[in-house]
Design a protein. Structure first.
Length: 190
């Protein structure tokens, strides 16, 4: 796929989940997640769909911003429910299934340049692609491996693909390392 734009470390940290649908859920939301909202305009949505899906020039209109919100919330709430040992609600299933009925992004090989491109990518196609990824995740063998980062100050979602299934941190370089440093400081007298 085409290269992702270089982003500051704090922004890149959002996208360590292992699944694009979970990556998308970290762009904000309603209620308690409103403080993390980064998709305020159609241009913001186009940018982040491009970052998450590695797609250039996604066509996004004002109505697409409103259509995105329930899909993102269904992914976030469904994933958190699965991480807590629950199930995805019927309402969230309905939202994801409806979004997935739209034809998804269709990858194409480009003969002149290496990589993959997408012909005329639209926001509904991108949302369908994200909904289909969530459906695959929530209905597949990795559903039981969805986790919430164990750091008290984080809360990002991740998919534990480690062999033993004991991954606890969204990122070992950030949250895992900080937890190990805190643990070490508690064990070693000053």
């Amino acid at each position: 796929m085409q290269g992702r734009a270089e982003l500051p470390l704090d922004v890149r940290r959002r996208f360590l989940t292992g699944r694009v649908s979970l990556d998308f859920s970290h762009t904000g939301g309603d209620g308690d997640w409103a403080v993390w909202e980064i998709l305020h305009t159609p241009a913001d949505l186009a940018h982040w769909l491009g970052v998450i899906l590695s797609v250039d020039d996604v066509a996004v209109g004002p109505g697409d911003l409103a259509a995105m919100r329930p899909v993102r919330m269904a992914i976030a709430v469904g994933a958190r429910s699965l991480a807590a040992g629950g199930s995805v609600s019927a309402a969230d299933v309905a939202v994801l299934n409806a979004a997935a009925t739209v034809p998804p992004l269709v990858p194409q090989l480009t003969p002149s340049t290496p990589g993959v491109s997408f012909a005329a990518p639209t926001a509904p196609a991108a949302l369908s692609t994200l909904a289909r990824d969530a459906i695959d995740l929530f209905g597949g063998p990795l559903a039981g491996r969805i986790r919430v980062c164990a750091a008290a100050d984080c809360g990002l979602l991740l998919v534990d693909t480690s062999r033993p299934g004991r991954r606890r941190w969204c990122s070992m370089q950030r949250c895992g390392n900080l937890a190990k440093v805190r643990g070490h400081r508690q064990r070693v007298p000053s």
